[in-house]
Write a protein of this length. Structure first.
Length: 144
């Protein structure tokens, strides 16, 4: 695994053998270096820098949350879109396959949400992610 030879892990180690697990451990190592109290701007630049390095080894799209904020990265592999939903919602989103059906219905008047998907799911205006860019979302809207 080429990634393992080019990045040193000291605190976080993958449980399995996938590149995805290793990539997240590498990202966590970099976040550990800047500290828990780093500004959002510092977190964004750190995650984007390491994600761009990691994407040189292959396609890399991911969502990462610290419980308050959402970081979303698209390396250019396949596609990724987002839509900011705020009341009044224009349509219901239904995602389904053979085993699972999920509906996202209208929410209370003050509730906002961001939905990220590989293809637009509704007729709303979805924004396509730019390659090699980290997006930062907080409280249901894109920031910075």
């Amino acid at each position: 695994m080429m990634l393992k030879r080019n990045f040193e892990l000291t605190k976080y180690y993958p449980d399995g053998q996938t590149d995805s697990e290793l990539a997240f451990c590498i990202i966590l190592e970099e976040l550990k270096k800047i500290g828990r109290n780093a500004t959002n701007n510092k977190k964004i630049s750190t995650i984007e820098d390491i994600a761009n390095k990691l994407s040189e080894y292959g396609g890399l799209n991911f969502l990462l949350s610290d419980g308050d904020s959402l970081f979303a990265y698209h390396s250019g592999y396949n596609s990724l879109y987002y839509v900011e939903r705020k009341p009044p919602h224009q349509s219901m989103i239904v995602a389904k396959d053979r085993d699972l059906r999920i509906s996202i219905l209208d929410k209370p008047e003050n509730e906002r949400a961001v939905i990220i998907a590989t293809v637009p799911l509704t007729k709303e205006k979805w924004t396509r992610f730019k390659p090699r860019k980290l997006y930062f979302f907080e409280k249901g809207k894109k920031e910075l």
